[in-house]
Design a protein around this ligand. Structure first.
Ligand code: SF4
Length: 408
């Protein structure tokens, strides 16, 4: 069996243990795709460890990954197609399952149209080879707009903000942890997750290295997480008020003339409007709402501005709340105002190991991304493959980056 090998292992100092078989696999449970070392007794998983040789995860393993053996052995795990008949579930062969699907689905599509069907893609079916190969084909064949996923719950505000600012929903900047001097982190706990939208081998070790070289890690989170424990400073924030906090930071950057986008100035539109947008969000006003005192908010803004290289990074905690899109946009506004977007040690755009950069999601006819190239009238926009036609003014974000020409 491919990927299996015999290996002597030590499960604890001084306690030698010889495993019968060790399988090396990739955890399919989330985007981090950690390397797993599965110790097997026949088909039974007797031990799960992080694969230290994995180039991506360096042995990291979260509680979900370590429980994968119990998940595999769970008697309730579905191992065959199930069809409900007379109020009960019956295991059937695949041929029968597909026949039932065809009999049920086709009349719905014929009668009510493609959008009558909704699809949910989640962990782990988007993280295995079969899913990567066939999910797209299935979705295209169905033709429904109603596609939901774990991302819908987890990160859609970031994708919306990125789409409006950068023109592609998955062009989400991530902090250059290895080179930054100051990292402001909101609603994220990479010591438990190894990073989200920011996966890197041994991210906890990289964050410790940031501090060891004299950098600063500041965590904003309502909970005292493991990451907060490891940070230079933990600012407790009232849940769902991140947008207020970030607006207070932006207000300070502008109010104290700390904003200096530098070379980014030529690539953004809407900078002037920021003053008016954040005028009413002085730290002294938002402090009572977000639970962080005004002097701390102003200090964070000053530290961000004065650090040689800095980045603001926010994850799930800032997305799964009201104003999540606003908070996600304000994160990048901070990175732009401090000149840290798309530069070494700041918030950078990752390059894929293979394949093309992401392209904008399909938009309905008449919608517009706000591209400066979207022509007036009813011409098709030439910027991407979405074939939008616009007869109205294009929708624009208040601060949108025109071009990402700077690259490393
Ligand atoms: S972080 Fe956990 S669930 Fe995600 S791939 Fe790694 S071990 Fe699996």
């Amino acid at each position: 069996m491919a990927g299996l090998r015999r290996r002597s292992v030590v499960v604890a100092p001084g306690v030698p243990f010889v495993s019968m078989t060790v399988g090396v696999r990739t955890c399919p449970l989330c985007e981090a795709t950690c390397g797993l070392e599965l110790h097997l007794d026949g088909r039974e998983v007797t031990l799960v460890r992080g694969d230290r040789d994995d180039v991506f995860s360096h042995g990291f393993l979260c509680p979900k990954g370590s429980a994968i053996g119990r998940l595999d052995a769970d008697p309730d795990r579905i191992r065959a197609p199930l069809v409900r008949a007379d109020g009960d579930w019956k295991a059937v062969e695949w041929a029968e399952a597909f026949a039932v699907i065809e009999a049920g689905l086709t009349p719905i599509l014929d009668t009510h149209g493609r959008d009558a069907v909704g699809v949910y893609l989640g962990n782990p079916n988007v993280h295995n080879l079969a899913g990567l190969l066939y999910n797209r084909a299935l979705l295209q064949a169905l033709g429904s707009r109603n596609v939901f996923s774990a991302s819908t719950v987890d990160q859609m505000p970031k994708q919306v903000a990125a789409g409006l600012m950068f023109g592609a929903g998955l062009s989400i900047p991530v902090p250059d942890v290895d080179r930054t001097d100051y990292l402001l982190m909101l609603g994220a706990n990479p010591f438990a997750s190894n990073g989200s939208l920011l996966t890197a081998p041994d991210l906890p070790g990289r964050l410790r290295a940031l501090r060891a070289r004299g950098g600063q890690l500041v965590v904003v989170d309502p909970r005292r997480t493991k990451t907060a424990d490891e940070a230079d400073e933990h600012l407790f924030i009232r849940p769902a008020t991140d947008a207020y906090f970030l607006a207070g930071v932006v207000h300070t950057l502008l109010d104290e003339s700390l904003a200096d986008p530098g070379r980014l100035r030529d690539h953004v539109v809407g900078l002037d409007a920021l003053h008016g947008l954040t005028r009413d969000f002085a730290p002294e006003r938002v402090a009572a709402i977000c639970g962080i005192d005004a002097s701390s908010i102003r200090r964070v803004a000053r530290d961000l501005a004065h650090a040689p290289r800095a980045a603001v990074y926010a994850r799930l905690g800032t997305c799964a709340q009201a104003f999540g899109t606003l908070a996600s946009w304000l994160v990048e506004v901070c990175n732009v105002l401090t000149g840290n977007l798309d530069r070494a040690g700041g918030a950078m755009f990752a390059r894929p190991a293979a394949g093309a950069l992401t392209r904008p999601a399909r938009r309905a006819s008449g919608a517009a991304c706000g591209s400066a190239a979207t022509p007036a009238g009813s011409e098709a926009c030439p910027r991407c493959s979405a074939s939008c036609r616009s007869s109205a003014s294009p929708r624009r974000s208040r601060l949108r980056v025109r071009d990402r020409s700077a690259r490393w």
